[in-house]
Ligand binder design. Structure first.
Ligand code: ZN
Length: 486
């Protein structure tokens, strides 16, 4: 008992670094001195085959690494590496006959003497030796009413495979080791634990009694990271079928459980402008609007589903012709809480560029329509007595009731776009846009840039620019959700 207690105390004080090298992994002891992580020079010598010789008279220590000298002086935070001076965040310390150096000595001084990359990852307590692939993997568990989604965010993006074996799912990464961050999970009977696997490249999800089947979706939320989502589902009798993912595409559809009925924003309809016979505008180099809008819409859907947990529908999933009225009708039929139409702009003057946001204008003539819409609200008797208002509103006038909310939505979109992409001189405008007229919910249209401008045409075709637009719109929807809730 006592021994266990003591060893627990010793390790709990300062956990060691794990050194990960091509040959394997080993612990490197860490001592806390003045609240900083220090490593004993003896331990460095043992781990990296360096040697050291003390000069007591000079109060110094000389380390030799691959024939290069590192000269340390007690209580001086500058060391010499093969004649070059390197600053450390804290000085070397001599204590009880042993020399200690701050952990930063490893990447800053030892690395150049050994001529090998040493990557110190403090939060994960890893020291990576050489050019190994050690992606950072952050796991998250989102619980829905009937299922659980395990999300693994992987930076940099790294291939991963999920294999089912006897009550476990083993996620194997195409990497040398993993820099893992796994939260404690409470998982409604679908997951017991998520833990590092038997090999350094794996993560193991131990399944609970409610688990019956799973579905794996890969996506890329931003250019730097990849994401694997594993939906864990019960036996299918008590749940609606989950739609099958479309054939392999860079942005595959994720199905994440919704967060419940407490929010005023549950369903988003995104409308990729144009499609099919209708190309939209075209840039001087031939970039076609209908393709850009669909690509941005798909990116945005992935972000909204994974980060906000909302339901998202696209008015078109592929390259097809669709009328403007059918687009707003689609949003109405899907009970969308927000309708976002995405377009790219065109101007005769090629210098014109920047993003613009539109919401519907109500002209003087439309005031009549607004009144008419209000009169069309009908009161019907409700079950159990009393009455409730049922809105029988013509599609043509539907949007009139949401103009204030749509103006706020357009404002949030402008705020979120501005720090990320260039804005046009007239960033928010009101226009009588047909596609917005029939939408029976807050609605806005975004022109994400001018295809008629050569520079912008190039930008609009890149994943980086499209991701910035998608992130901005995600940000705007997050703000709009808060706005609706308060
Ligand atoms: Zn357009």
């Amino acid at each position: 008992m006592l021994v266990i207690g003591l060893s627990f105390l010793a390790s709990a004080q300062t956990p060691p670094l794990t050194v990960i090298a091509r040959e394997g992994r080993k612990p490197l002891p860490v001592t806390s001195i003045n609240n900083q992580d220090y490593i004993a020079v003896d331990d460095i010598n043992a781990a990296f085959a360096t040697t050291s010789r003390e000069d007591r008279l000079a109060g110094g220590l000389t380390m030799t690494a691959r024939g290069r000298s590192i000269v340390l002086t007690e209580n001086q935070n500058v060391v010499s590496v093969a004649g070059r001076l390197v600053t450390l965040p804290a000085p070397p310390v001599r204590r009880d006959g042993r020399w200690y150096v701050p952990a930063d000595f490893l990447p800053r001084a030892l690395s150049s003497a050994l001529d090998v990359r040493l990557d110190l990852r403090r939060s994960a307590r890893l020291l990576i030796v050489g050019d190994l692939r050690v992606p950072r993997v952050v796991s998250r568990v989102d619980a829905g009413a009937n299922n659980v989604a395990v999300t693994l965010d992987i930076t940099p993006n790294t291939e991963a495979r999920v294999n089912a074996q006897q009550g476990r799912l083993v996620v194997q990464f195409d990497a040398d080791a993993l820099d893992l961050s796994i939260p404690l999970v409470s998982t409604q009977g679908f997951v017991q634990t998520i833990a590092p696997g038997d090999t350094p490249q794996t993560v193991v999800i131990t399944l609970g009694p409610r688990y019956a089947t799973h579905r794996v979706t890969a996506s890329q939320p931003d250019p730097a990271s990849g994401r694997v989502t594993i939906d864990l589902m019960p036996a299918t009798t008590d749940v609606a079928p989950v739609p099958a993912p479309p054939s392999p595409a860079p942005d595959t559809r994720l199905v994440i459980p919704t967060q419940g009925p407490s929010t005023g924003l549950r369903t988003v309809v995104i409308d990729p402008g144009h499609g099919g016979d209708e190309l939209g505008t075209q840039g001087p180099k031939g970039t076609v609007e209908k393709e850009i809008t669909l690509s941005v819409a798909r990116r945005l859907r992935t972000l909204i589903e994974s980060r906000l947990g909302l339901k998202v529908f696209l008015t078109r999933e592929d390259d097809r012709t669709m009328s403007l009225d059918d687009r707003s009708a689609f949003a109405n039929n899907h009970h969308a809480d927000v309708f976002l139409s995405i377009h790219a702009n065109y101007a005769v003057r090629p210098a014109l560029k920047g993003a613009e946001v539109y919401y519907l204008t109500v002209e003087r003539a439309d005031e009549e329509a607004r009144k008419k819409a209000a009169e069309n609200a009908t009161t019907l008797p409700a079950l159990g007595g009393g009455s409730r208002a049922i809105d029988l509103i013509l599609w043509e006038t539907a949007q009139a009731r949401y103009l204030e909310q749509s103006a706020s939505l357009a404002g949030f979109i402008e705020q979120s776009l501005r720090p990320r992409v260039e804005m046009s001189p007239r960033p928010v405008q009101q226009l009588p846009l047909r596609v917005l007229v029939g939408a029976n919910m807050p609605a806005a249209l975004v022109e994400i840039g001018y295809l008629s401008n050569t520079d912008q045409e190039t930008q609009l075709g890149t994943a980086a620019y499209q991701d910035q637009i998608a992130l901005a719109l995600l940000d705007a929807l997050t703000k709009f959700r808060e706005f609706l809730e308060h």
